[in-house]
Design a protein around this ligand. Sequence first.
Ligand SMILES: Cc1cc2nc3c(=O)[nH]c(=O)nc-3n(C[C@H](O)[C@H](O)[C@H](O)COP(=O)(O)OP(=O)(O)OC[C@H]3O[C@@H](n4cnc5c(N)ncnc54)[C@H](O)[C@@H]3O)c2cc1C
Length: 340
Amino acid sequence: MKLQFEKNVDLLPHNTFGISAIAKEFVRIDKSAHVEEALEYLRKTKINHLVLGGGSNILFTQNVDALVLQNRLFGIELEKEDDMHVYVRVAAGENWHNFVLHCIRNKWAGVENLSLIPGCVGASPMQNIGAYGVEMSSVLNYVEAVNIHTSERHTFSLSDCELGYRESIFKRKEKGNWFITHVGFKLNKRPVFHIEYGAIADELDKMEIDTLSIKHISQAVIAIRSSKLPDPKILGNAGSFFKNPTVDLSVLRAIQEHDEKVPFYPVDENTVKIPAGYMIEHAGWKGKRAGNCGVHEKQALVLVNYGGATGHEIFTLSTAVMTDVKNKYGIELEREVNVW
Ligand SMILES: Cc1cc2nc3c(=O)[nH]c(=O)nc-3n(C[C@H](O)[C@H](O)[C@H](O)COP(=O)(O)OP(=O)(O)OC[C@H]3O[C@@H](n4cnc5c(N)ncnc54)[C@H](O)[C@@H]3O)c2cc1C
């Protein structure tokens, strides 16, 4: 079937903030070969582009004067296995959490701490998704992508992807240049449990488990996330709106002079990470509402759409939060969410 290019499509159902934004053109890519066809169209029409997965890490502050390429490539393929590992190739449109559940059913370890993160597998390397002490970089093998400008197909190795804390080459140097079609994972047959982070150990205690498994960890993570984070189907949001800043020890010392209790996590000898949520909460923003949007009452890192908010309103709120934190802590917060 030929590709169907739709015009003037409202992206409201396609982003978890629940923001209305009109895409000039919209096309659903559900076959790998369709990528090249859509890219040819892009080059012919010289229209701008946006690749969209589940829309759970994007804020639309204006209409999208571009062709939206909605990634709907499906399939999970076991490539090979050895004593220690399984190698899996996953199409970019697969739902991330469904993939995690698939791994747990097959006893493939490594992604259980990343349970219930919304969005598609194809977006997971974009910001090296992470949660509860694990980042996807620990299981990434490669990324297959098509160059938007030349249609060249390329495989990025783990090191090519330049993954960091909520960072990758696809968010920086190569921003907007690639349509990710598949992600290769190297998962463990023998699990290494990560339960030291957040409330996982407490949650596991409540479950009264005899023999710990990756399924239990996934269940614990699901329980914690469901109690803390707003469900985008009920309250529009994109998870953590800001990154946790990494700062010099001298900055931490200066903060400690007026706030002894400020939490921090060592990154290396000279730098620490300070939770942005702590600073936002202590600056008085937790639960604050501004018109149709606000800062979530349980998790100060999350901005929410109470219904009918515009992206511009949410962006303005985020700027006010950033300015206030800068004034009170001297730290420049950075948005984690992609802004269009
Ligand atoms: C309730 C909630 C909780 C969350 N918790 C976490 C968390 O714990 N940890 C975490 O890291 N994130 C979290 N997020 C953020 C988000 O779920 C992830 O960043 C996720 O990977 C985004 O996937 P997506 O498919 O929705 O991406 P989208 O929002 O559709 O896109 C995000 C970016 O990736 C690009 N992109 C998407 N797919 C492709 C592709 N195939 N090729 C090229 N570019 C592409 C887009 O252009 C855009 O720039 C949370 C979000 C919500 C709503």
